[in-house]
Design a protein around this ligand. Structure first.
Ligand SMILES: [Zn+2]
Length: 126
């Protein structure tokens, strides 16, 4: 059930209790009932805020899923000992991809070697 509906129902019950309590001359009972009503009003506000937050997060989640790398992505070839991927002319560290499925870019180093920007491995052209 929707939390706001549930809270709304409990607030109605609290109001009904307040009406009934008019016949009861117990100050402590009335004070507790007032506290309960005020707590319920706070909960209702909090629930509405959480609902809004949830909607925002769901939107973000959808966007992230839509823009995430496909899980079945795999290298299409090798150049200078580095992996290449579809639609991307970067050269990536094969060690990082093979061990962690991370696309780590590489930079040119000396004598035809490239260096991984993450694990610092030298990657040979061989
Ligand atoms: Zn690496």
């Amino acid at each position: 059930m929707d939390i706001l509906t549930t809270v709304g129902t409990t607030i109605t019950i609290a109001k009904r209790l307040r009406e009934i309590s008019k016949n009861i001359e117990d100050a402590e009972f009335k004070n507790l009932l007032a506290d309960l009503s005020s707590e319920l009003a706070d909960i209702k506000l909090e629930a509405a805020a959480l609902k809004e937050r949830l909607a925002t997060l769901q939107e973000e989640n959808l966007l992230l899923k839509a823009t995430a790398q496909p899980a079945d992505e795999s290298p299409i070839g090798r150049k200078d000992g580095c992996y290449q991927f579809t639609g991307d002319d970067g050269l990536y560290c094969p060690g990082c991809w093979d061990s962690k499925r991370k696309k780590s870019s590489t930079t040119k180093a000396i004598r035809g070697f490239r260096l991984c920007s993450v694990c610092q491995a030298p990657i040979g052209a061989g």
